[in-house]
Unconditional design. Sequence first.
Length: 275
Amino acid sequence: MGDYRIHTYTAAESGLLVNSYLVEAADGVVLVDANLLLSDIRALQARIAALRKPLLGAFVTHAHPDHFNGLPLLAGDDVPVFATAGVAGTIAEIAEAKRAQWAPVYGDEWPDRHRVPDRRLAGGDAVELGGLRFTVHAVGAAESHADSYVTVDDRAFIGDLAFHGTHPYTADGHTGAWLDALDALAGDLGGATLYPGHGAPGDAGMLAEQRRYLMMYRETVHRLAAGAPALTDAQREELTAVMTRFLPGAPLTWMIGLGADAVAAELADTRREDS
């Protein structure tokens, strides 16, 4: 395994504080996740140019726009973009709907086209780039409809499988599967350094922290919704207050209410299945 350095570009809070990682090898750079808004994507493009090495490839950890929006500008049409088949397929399904949802909010900051990863991998597949071996691990539905992580040596780029010090996105409504994934990852990544999609790198303790957050979130939604598939505005405000106290000072508090109805519906469905 050759020598390499990892550079982090973190978006502004308007861009969800999302991290993109540049793995710099001797003869090129590999991108992990491509950021959200054009201002940050262009700044990331400048960071790549400043390294004065070619972009050899890009990986996308999961199917959310803050991780794939920048692909057309950063990778163009020729640089290979790798993802699990589940991630690539989900991006193909949702990208236009996400643009319709969020472009009116972000205006010209939202890219006008997307690129679907063209190198589809199975879980456990490895790719050699710049003398480095990147292995992709499929997770399935967790934080998003399709999640994965990428390892190099004992370093793991985990996408949004754990948010580190920020409130997470729960609006895809897979928190039960997400908890199961975290339990499995605690064993698989116990000795690794984790590079999350939001927040600073750390050890596997961030997986346990994410698990505690999700348990508290689900319990609070369960109590407030009482079996209903959605929360009232007042209940959503109470949920936000509870989770803000649970993770004091953390950014992206608007995410708390955003996912409330999805999780209420998820819990209501689980309750019906169990009855």
